[in-house]
Design a protein around this ligand. Structure first.
Ligand SMILES: Cc1cc2nc3c(=O)[nH]c(=O)nc-3n(C[C@H](O)[C@H](O)[C@H](O)COP(=O)(O)OP(=O)(O)OC[C@H]3O[C@@H](n4cnc5c(N)ncnc54)[C@H](O)[C@@H]3O)c2cc1C
Length: 386
């Protein structure tokens, strides 16, 4: 069967759901959102859920990216009886001299209320965090989080209430005929003038179907959940020099995240268990976060594919194929910034200029900024790297 739609969105993680929602909210009537598995079945359902973008991101600091997404989650929380925004104190900590310099610069540019602390001051405030070896600390009064699966699926529910048609179908081919895209799934055919590609780590596969290419890869991001006998008073923490970050879960468990630096060459063969080497790394280094975690029980662990680009930043906008839009390369920031990126793309599709409404450096996200699309072996940089 052939369906005529205004916009076809491919992939129902946070970026696709946000795009579909904002299109419907902006008055686009026929929006179809296609997802090969369940909504939030990939990275968007397995993230840490930090939405405190100021924590480490140099490009989003001082723009509307963080504030828009944060307010958006607040509004979504008000509309939902399942979603809760958790906010605790947060700290980015350096363990090297270079890290201390970078934290000092971030402090000067940061838009949220932050202060630099000495290790002694941190110890006084956070007796459960390890301060030995820490060279500097940037403190955030608020480090908000959401459960990413609940946030994405609750937003989907609001989007479908606004008229978005959600379908569980796998896109097998996209082509362009007489100015219209033809999207073939395993079940149906969709014809529309506009396609938004939000297929996560599969975004390049989808783009290649219409002849669009860019350097793109996937890297692992892993999570280890630990349980201690004592209920720890634990803030959100981010330690780029020792490559660990995390928070306290609502049930008291401690989330320890480790972002990987290797290319995942075979997306389908990826195991969603944490790798043995990561479990060992965390066992060896977690005392640098907190001595209290040294003998904690590991109660859960998983891994997922995260999107990577050569400069670690997203690709956002219309491609050289008219009407074919892209949100990808979200690295470790798709939950915190996904609401905003969906709004930006919805505005572009509707013929509006997001730069007139928002303080956002669109050139920075230009999907054409890489000259060499064949570059396969770029160095993987995580969102939390300095
Ligand atoms: C352990 C971990 C911790 C993280 N922590 C954070 C964090 O604290 N804060 C943060 O902001 N980000 C974090 N991230 C990153 C975040 O999860 C991603 O940036 C974000 O979820 C990407 O959203 P997305 O919608 O672009 O992609 P995805 O969530 O991957 O969604 C893409 C969707 O497209 C679908 N799809 C692909 N191909 C097709 C096809 N052919 N047909 C139909 N559908 C298709 C997929 O099934 C998938 O559901 C973390 C990630 C991990 C793994």
């Amino acid at each position: 069967m052939v369906h005529e739609t205004d916009v076809t969105v491919i992939g129902a993680g946070m970026s696709g759901v946000s795009t579909a929602y904002h299109l419907a909210e902006g008055g686009v009537d026929d929006v179809v959102l296609l997802e090969k598995d369940g909504p939030a079945s990939k990275a968007s359902g397995r993230a840490a859920g930090s939405i405190s973008g100021d924590f480490f991101n140099e490009y989003s600091v001082g723009t509307d990216i963080i504030d828009y997404s944060f307010e958006f989650y607040r509004e979504l929380e008000a509309m939902s009886d399942k979603l809760d925004l958790h906010s605790r104190r947060g700290y980015t900590m350096s363990h090297t001299a270079e890290g201390r310099e970078i934290l000092g610069e971030l402090h000067l540019r940061s838009s949220s209320a932050t202060e630099m602390l000495s290790p002694d001051e941190l110890e006084e405030r956070e007796p459960h965090l390890e301060t030995e070896g820490v060279t500097a600390i940037l403190a955030f009064e608020e480090a908000p989080r959401v459960d990413p699966y609940t946030a994405t699926t609750e937003l989907l529910s609001v989007a479908t209430d606004r008229g978005v048609e959600f379908r569980t179908e796998e896109v097998a081919d996209v082509s362009k005929e007489s100015g219209e895209f033809v999207v073939e799934t395993d079940a149906e055919t969709y014809r529309s003038e506009t396609v938004v590609n939000t297929a996560g780590v599969w975004a390049r596969v989808i783009a290649n179907m219409v002849g669009v290419d860019f350097p793109f890869s996937a890297r692992p991001s892993e999570a280890i959940v630990m349980r201690t006998e004592e209920d720890l008073d634990f803030p959100e923490y981010n330690c780029p020099d020792i490559e660990l970050y995390g928070h306290k879960e609502p049930n008291g468990d401690i989330f320890v995240g480790k972002a990987g630096h290797r290319h995942i060459r075979d997306l389908e063969a990826f195991s969603t268990d944490a790798e043995e080497s990561t479990l060992q790394y965390v066992a060896k280094h977690v005392h640098q976060v907190s001595e209290k975690l040294t003998n904690a029980e590991v109660v859960n662990h998983w891994g997922e594919r995260c999107q990577a680009t050569p400069d670690r930043h997203p690709l956002l906008g219309e491609t050289e194929v008219d009407g074919f839009y892209l949100i990808c390369g979200l690295n470790g920031t798709g939950i915190m910034h996904g609401p905003f990126y969906g709004r930006v793309i919805a505005d572009l599709v509707r013929g509006e200029d997001p730069e007139e409404t928002f303080d956002v450096p669109l050139d920075f996200f230009d999907p054409h900024r890489f000259a060499d699309a064949d570059e396969e072996d770029f160095e993987i940089k995580n969102a939390i790297d300095w």
